[in-house]
Structure formats: structure tokens, C-alpha cells
Design a protein around this ligand. Structure first.
Ligand code: CIR
Length: 411
């Protein structure tokens, strides 16, 4: 049992007290038309305005009394220790397939930087011309792509702090992410959890990134203190969900006994469950109707803990009925993205109209551009705090994607 837990996340909706963010930096401007697709972007945001919008998001949270913690600051704190820094750089370079002489040469350059600049460079990517290779091999000079101006790619998705890990209960999953473009992000989480005094020894690690199964935080929703919903998606495999269930149902620090595995379309627009489904109150959810078939059916499996902690599975097809069943509710309100209109709903889903950050029961932070979804939420009694979204939305993630709750009041 952890003595002083650093994480407390027992719902999607309990009053938010502390949240992890990343302010977009130079990495955003290191996307090019050639690398955009590989880096999981649909456009190149204008950094200056993206930062203004992100600061507005952070201030909206701070004005509500929410502590905002920046992952880049935590990484800087951790890398101030030279042994930890060396270990981190070895892992970071190894995972980019640089070894031996190349590792020495790249480290030689990175070690000339202050810790602050090193962290900024890890996010921004390391340009090829900055390193002078003494005995280059083919990979060192060309990488896997001769056109690529970077030895290590930028991490433009890092402002979506939701995905490299998922905090639930008194711990977290540190995620093996689907695409190489994002994998260094969860290496950063691993080091922060292992070495930062705020977290070290004070968190349960339910899954680590050496688990050979893909999972991302946008798919991992904490419905209450014993029920999770996890998307079976482009980014999260059923194998990872099974592994998570086996861990949570048997670990004595975990209170979770149910996982609702919800299959969603495997595509870029709906890459995670939280791009189509968010919990906004005890009995209210936003949902994009395009995740169901014409008869309103879906492929849902409910995983329960059996007597001995073994995983018992039951198949369901109706989302509303399944949620009522696992949450023990007589009724619940599914609020359709874009009011279910065939043009408005997909447009607002594309711009993350389904992706709300709930900061208290019945109160959300969401992008201003999705005005049809906003009006509908308001008509359903939800308090909406709007944030600016011209540039941030180009990365295909909204308020929930851009935040990792570390502490929420228990309900
Ligand atoms: N939870 C989320 O849905 N995050 C959005 C991630 C967007 C990012 N461009 C990605 O493709 O991974």
C-alpha cells in the first residue's frame, strides 16, 4: 500500500485539483509538410497563437483554483541529476537506434546544453547538422529517411498530455504508444514517475511501457472508483485492456473491478475513445453518434473481476444500457455531439466537440468553435467554460486530450 499517494483520480468528474500540462513549444514549428502525417498532425499550427491559446486554457483552470503542473518542468527537475540525465539520454538515443560512437557523439552535443535547453531540445527534436559524427554509419547520416532533417524527431503531440500515461486510483499506466512519433513522450513520464520527488515511491504503476501491448490515455476513462471504460481503438489493443484488467483486479492497491471495453472505429479522426465520448456529470455523457451502427449497436465487452480476481467477460451491444448497468443508474442522458446532425456532428467531432475536460460534476472546459455541441450541453444543464481553439485544434485533440488530472476530489 502506498503511504502518501501522489495521485488520486477516482472519477472523470470529481472536482479537479491538480492537472499536468505541456505548453506547446518549438516542436510545433518543426513539423513540415513531409513529416506532418508521420507526426500525426493535419496542419502546421502557428506557434505564437497556439501558445496564447494554451496559456488561456491554463489560466481558465488556474482561475478555478486548479494547480497546473508542467511536465517539461518536472523533466527538467529530474534531469538536473547527472546520473539520471545520462541514463535518460542513453534510453532516448537507444530507442532512436543510436548506439556506440553515434551515441557518444550525440550525447557530446546534448551535454553542452543547460538542463533547461536540453529539455526544450528533446521536445523540439535534434537537427542533423548540430551533431558532428566522428565515425558515422549509414543510419547516423541518413536515418530511416534521407529527407529527414532530424536525428530525433520533434514531439509536437506532447501538448496532449492525456495520452502517454493514464492516472487512475492511486496510480497510472505508463503507456506503450502505438506510433513511434509519440513513444518518447511516455519515456519522459517513466523518468518523472521514477525520479521526481513528488512522485517517486508514491504511485502505483499498473502497467509500464515495456508491456508489449499498445494503450493510450485518451482511451482510458475513469467512470467511478471501481469502473473504467477503455476504448478498443486505433491506439489501444484488446490485449492491453486484458493485461490492465488482470493487474487491476488482483493488485491490492486497486479498487477497480470492472472495465467496459468499447470498440470504436479505427481511424485518425476518432483515434481515442475520448474523441467520441466523455463523461460530464454523474449521469451525463457526450457521445458522437457515428460510433454506433444504424441500429444504435456497438461491440462492447464488460470485464468483471471474478471471485479469485480472474477476468470474467460479458458481451453487450447497447452503450446506454451498459452504462446504466455498470454505474447502477435508473436513467442517463447521452448528449449527442453536434446535435446528431449529419453535417454538424462530424465537423464538431473533428474539432473535438466530444472532447470535454470535466472539472467538476456538470462543469466542463471545451473548445469555443463547437457552438452547436456547446449550446446543447447548456440546454442539458452543463456549465461550459469555453477556450480558444484556432491553432490547438489542428493537432486533433481538445480539453481532455490536453490535460492529465493528477488529483481530483473523491465524489
Ligand atoms: N486523447 C486524445 O484524443 N488525444 C489527441 C491526440 C492527437 C494526436 N495528434 C495523435 O494523433 O496522437
Amino acid at each position: 500500500m502506498i503511504k502518501n499517494p501522489a495521485i488520486q483520480v477516482n472519477s472523470e468528474i470529481g472536482t479537479l485539483k491538480t492537472v499536468l500540462l505541456h505548453r506547446p513549444g518549438a516542436e510545433i514549428e518543426n513539423i513540415t509538410p513531409d513529416t506532418m502525417e508521420r507526426l500525426l498532425f493535419d496542419d502546421i499550427p502557428f506557434l505564437k497563437n497556439a501558445q496564447i491559446e494554451h496559456d488561456y486554457f491554463a489560466k481558465t483552470l488556474q482561475d478555478k483554483g486548479i494547480e497546473t503542473v508542467y511536465i517539461e518542468q518536472l523533466l527538467e527537475d529530474v534531469l538536473a541529476d547527472s546520473a539520471v540525465k545520462d541514463d535518460f539520454l542513453t534510453r532516448y538515443l537507444n530507442e532512436h537506434h543510436y548506439m556506440n560512437d553515434a551515441m557518444k557523439d550525440i550525447k557530446g552535443y546534448l551535454n553542452t546544453l543547460s538542463t533547461h535547453d536540453l529539455v526544450a531540445t528533446i521536445y523540439a527534436g535534434v537537427r542533423r547538422e548540430l551533431v558532428d559524427f566522428k565515425h558515422p554509419n549509414l543510419h547516423d547520416v541518413a536515418g530511416s529517411d534521407a529527407e529527414n532533417p532530424f536525428l530525433m524527431d520533434p514531439l509536437p503531440n506532447a501538448y496532449f498530455t492525456r495520452d502517454p500515461q493514464a492516472m487512475m486510483g492511486s496510480g497510472l499506466t505508463i503507456n506503450y504508444m502505438t506510433f513511434e512519433a509519440r513513444r518518447p513522450e511516455s519515456l519522459i513520464t517513466e523518468f518523472v514517475m521514477k525520479y521526481h520527488p513528488r512522485f517517486a515511491g508514491n504511485v502505483d504503476i499498473w502497467l509500464d511501457r515495456n508491456t508489449d501491448a499498445r494503450i493510450e490515455g485518451g482511451d482510458e476513462l475513469v467512470l467511478n472508483d471501481h469502473v473504467l471504460a477503455v476504448g478498443v481503438s486505433q491506439r489501444t489493443s484488446s490485449r492491453a485492456i486484458q493485461a490492465l484488467a488482470e493487474e487491476l483486479f488482483t493488485n491490492e492497491d486497486s479498487n477497480f473491478d470492472t472495465i467496459v471495453a468499447v470498440e470504436i472505429p479505427h481511424n485518425h479522426a476518432m483515434m481515442h475513445l475520448d474523441t467520441v465520448f466523455t463523461m460530464v456529470n454523474y449521469d451525463q455523457f457526450t457521445v458522437f453518434p457515428g460510433i454506433m451502427d444504424d441500429d444504435g449497436k456497438m461491440n462492447i465487452n464488460v470485464l468483471h473481476a471474478g471471485d479469485q480476481g480472474q477476468v470474467v467477460m460479458e458481451h453487450r451491444t447497447n452503450l446506454k444500457d451498459t452504462l446504466k448497468e455498470v454505474l447502477k443508474l435508473d436513467d442517463l442522458d447521452l448528449i449527442e455531439t453536434g446535435d446528431g446532425d449529419p453535417i454538424i456532428a462530424p465537423r464538431e467531432q473533428w474539432n473535438d466537440g466530444s472532447n470535454n475536460l470535466t472539472i467538476a460534476p456538470g462543469e466542463v472546459v471545451t473548445y469555443d468553435r463547437n457552438y452547436v455541441s456547446i449550446k446543447l450541453m447548456q440546454e442539458h444543464g452543463i456549465k461550459v467554460n469555453e477556450i480558444k481553439s484556432s491553432e490547438l485544434a489542428r493537432g486533433r485533440g481538445g480539453g481532455r486530450c490536453m490535460s492529465q488530472p493528477i488529483w481530483r476530489d473523491n465524489l
